[in-house]
Ligand binder design. Structure first.
Ligand SMILES: Nc1nc(=O)c2c([nH]1)NC[C@@H]1CN(c3ccc(C(=O)N[C@@H](CCC(=O)O)C(=O)O)cc3)C=[N+]21
Length: 294
């Protein structure tokens, strides 16, 4: 391996410490404790782990955590009623409804029911539109985390060729917007892209967000590129065990890249740290205070 390993775990710990320091100033100077409500519908064990980790990180940063666990059979009307109570609750500054939702629920309707000022996922069309218009917004956590990680190895991204593989509303599109705001030349590639290896090879910064284990190979990567792997795929590891792998074939890629994020320990921990930062920002803005620099 010749690439620099980008230590997402350590960088996330640093960001969480900054959020904690800013939260303690908010409490001291304004009596304000930012509150995050996380809503989980159903029993998916992986989702339950994420929700538990988010709650733990929230409390450790000095924020208030409100967990709402609803049955898998919850109706759309029941979930919308909860969202509307959380919208009206002054102790709740951020609302995250864990995705995916069960099939009887229209996820888009739920996202649009969240007050955009409390939308710490940044998934509401108002926040997506504000981001693409270059206006202040609550920005999706994983994309922000990706850009922070890339900037740890290259603080000035202006002029870089950035290739984003994946065009989802939760990662691909917003990360492309953030890289554009950093003055990168941005290409969004996807399942219909012709010559995907050739397109990836152009990248100074390659963001992989496709959700396919180890799809991006070492010989698709330009020597020296920064590789940000958003994929978190659980795969068989033999003897009945499983392991997590990214969307990038790590060992091959690390032999040619200039810097690379591991899975686990890369983008994942940054998602949670950025969620806390968004909750702090949402609480400050709702109180009419400037967004703390973290
Ligand atoms: N409304 C909504 N917002 C989300 O942000 C959201 C969601 N729904 N649904 C599920 C995905 C997934 N997600 C992760 C967050 C942190 C890690 C994370 O910290 N991963 C660690 C450990 C992973 C492990 O060991 O299982 C790592 O990559 O090192 C992973 C995944 C947020 N999501």
């Amino acid at each position: 391996m010749s690439a620099t390993l980008i230590d997402g775990k350590a960088i996330a710990a640093d960001l969480r410490a900054k959020v904690a320091a800013a939260a303690s100033r908010l409490a001291r100077d304004h009596g304000l404790v930012p509150g995050l409500a996380v809503v989980l519908v159903g029993e998916d064990p992986a989702s339950a782990v994420y929700v538990r980790n988010k709650g733990k990180a929230t409390v450790e940063a000095g924020l208030a955590s409100f967990e709402h666990k609803l049955a898998a059979t919850t109706s759309q009307a029941e979930l919308l009623a909860l969202v509307s109570r959380l919208n009206a609750d002054p102790a709740v500054h951020g609302i995250l409804v864990q995705l995916p939702l069960p099939p009887q629920i229209d996820a888009q309707a739920v996202i649009e029911a969240i007050d955009p000022a409390k939308d710490v996922d940044g998934f509401h069309p108002v926040n997506a539109g504000r981001l693409s218009a270059g206006l202040p917004a609550l920005v999706p956590c994983t994309p922000v985390g990706c850009v922070i990680l890339a900037k740890t190895v290259r603080p000035q991204l202006a002029g870089c060729e950035a290739v984003v593989v994946g065009r989802s509303n939760i990662v691909g599109k917003p990360v492309a917007q953030l890289l554009l705001a950093e003055n990168c030349t941005v290409t969004i590639a996807h399942s219909k892209t012709r010559d995907l290896p050739g397109v990836c090879w152009r990248a100074d910064i390659l963001v992989a967000a496709v959700g396919r284990p180890e799809m991006i190979r070492g010989d698709w990567i330009k020597p020296g590129a920064i590789v940000i792997d958003v994929g978190i795929n659980r795969v068989e590891a033999g003897e009945g065990k499983t392991k997590l792998v990214g969307d990038v074939a790590f060992a091959e890629a690390a032999a040619v890249a200039g810097a690379i994020t591991p899975v686990p320990g890369g983008v994942g921990p940054m998602t949670i740290a950025c969620l806390l930062a968004n909750t702090l920002k949402a609480a400050s803005m709702q109180a009419g205070l400037p967004a703390p620099a973290v």
